[in-house]
Design a protein around this ligand. Structure first.
Ligand code: HEM
Length: 415
């Protein structure tokens, strides 16, 4: 370092520099913000009520703690609403954020996607989510990537996956449920969903490699809701290490599959998995996808599809156990579908797309479960213009959140 710093080090011990620099930076930023608020157009509507809390970290720590308990976020948001009203500002990891009111705020966010705000994930997740992940894109590149992904979820793709899903369900129930008097639904749905997604994504079946994968994946996922401190002992650091191990496993799977493709010995199941499409179908410019893109997005799909489906399934089991008449009705619906198949001369009891669309009541139970117990508390977008919403000013670059607060939804079943 230069001489000025050497002079300072004469007066201060080493770590005091850093503290001084941080204090100076925060003071300068704070003054700039106050001056800019003073000169702000007096006719401009006020910012939403609420508090930013501590400089930079704001209310990050209390929010992350709230995320760890069952109704924590629900209570955290409700407390703020009681204090400031349904639209309020706060600060998360350096980002000023506005929680929008329900349901109008949510509608505003979904209807104005791309014009006043776009999808955005904070940069501190960068060490966990690769740069090529769909989650890292915003604006036009995000739209393009999403179009690319749609082919994995259209009707034709779903029909291709159905056989694997069926096979996996039968295997799961035979191995883990049969002959047991009691089991923990959440453990079972966790295992079932993970094995189903691994099978759909890359034909990875239950066994030691999948167990290792699940262990590392759980470690990685915990990092997404922990303080982003990449130092030994911190959860985030463990998650970064877990991601490295996951990518090493994926490297092995990619190499193995490439060899199988080259030697023309890809199994029937692997031919319809998502890894196969990612390896052989070129992008819109005709280029094969790079490994970094394939790995980042396999991890994204695992993340997006696993905990969401697993906890929804567990909640469905909870509600049908609690409301036996609902369970009876579901069984009745399935029996009728099976009888009709047999009456039409079909001996194969495997599920078909037609069977799924005939399960009207079952779908309603799943939708009602999702309405009653949404798996995600909400998400956010970054504003790309200055906004005015219900008499409040929301500057460009702030984050706006949509949310699903239980207390504001209409409930049909007693909790
Ligand atoms: C009950 C099951 C599920 C629920 C409740 C659910 C819910 C959600 C929600 C709330 C979002 C964020 C939307 C946003 O803020 O714009 C999302 C995004 C996403 N989900 Fe799901 N999801 C489920 C299952 C799945 C499955 C099985 C997959 C695929 C394997 C999947 C793939 C995705 C992807 C790729 C995104 C990111 C979209 C983007 O960035 O544009 N989800 N999901």
């Amino acid at each position: 370092m230069g001489t000025m710093w050497n002079g300072l080090s004469f007066m201060f011990p080493e770590e005091s520099y850093m503290r001084m620099i941080v204090i100076l930076a925060v003071t300068v930023l704070w003054s700039l913000w106050s001056v800019s608020s003073f000169f702000r157009d007096r006719n401009q509507p006020p910012l939403p009520p609420g508090s930013f809390g501590l400089p930079f970290i704001g209310q990050t720590v209390e929010y992350l703690f709230a995320l760890r308990t069952a109704d924590g976020i629900e209570q955290w948001v409700q407390k703020k609403i009681d204090k400031h009203g349904p639209i309020f500002k706060w600060r998360f990891m350096g980002f000023p954020m506005v929680i929008m009111d329900q349901p109008e705020g949510n509608k505003f966010i979904f209807q104005n996607e791309g014009t006043s705000h776009h999808i955005f994930w904070p940069p501190f997740l960068s060490s966990l989510i690769g740069p090529d992940s769909l989650m890292k894109q915003s604006g036009e590149p995000h739209k393009l990537a999403r179009r690319h992904f749609n082919r994995f979820f259209d009707h034709a793709a779903m029909s291709r996956y159905l056989h694997g899903v069926n096979r996996n369900a039968v295997r799961h129930f035979t191995k883990h449920w049969q002959g047991r008097e009691q089991l923990v639904a959440l453990d079972m749905t966790h295992l079932y969903t993970f094995s189903t997604i691994c099978s759909l994504l890359m034909t990875l079946e239950e066994g030691p490699l999948m167990d290792k994968f699940l262990l590392q994946f759980d470690m990685w996922a915990k990092g997404l809701t922990s303080l982003p401190v990449n130092l030994p002992g911190f959860q985030y650091h463990k998650a970064v290490k877990a991601r490295k191990l996951i990518y090493e496993m994926l490297d092995g799977l990619l190499e193995q599959r490439r060899t199988e493709i080259a030697e023309d010995r890809v199994s029937e199941a692997s031919k319809v998995d998502i890894l196969n499409s990612l390896l052989i179908v070129p992008d819109e410019e005709g280029n094969l996808l790079p490994d970094s893109y394939i790995k980042d997005n396999l991890l994204l799909l695992l993340f997006a599809g696993f905990d969401t489906s697993s906890s929804t399934l567990a909640m469905v089991i909870y509600y049908i156990a609690k409301y036996p008449h609902v369970y009876k009705e579901i069984v009745q619906e399935h029996k009728l579908i099976l009888e009709e198949k047999h009456a039409n001369g079909k001996d194969d009891d495997s599920l078909t797309m037609e069977d799924l669309s005939a399960m009207k009541y079952t779908w309603r139970v799943i939708k009602e479960t999702l309405r009653f117990q949404p798996v995600s508390p909400g998400s956010f977008r970054k504003t790309i213009t200055n906004l005015e919403y219900k008499g409040y000013y929301i500057p460009k670059g702030w984050l706006v959140c949509y949310s699903h607060l239980k207390s504001l939804r209409i409930l049909y079943v007693d909790d």
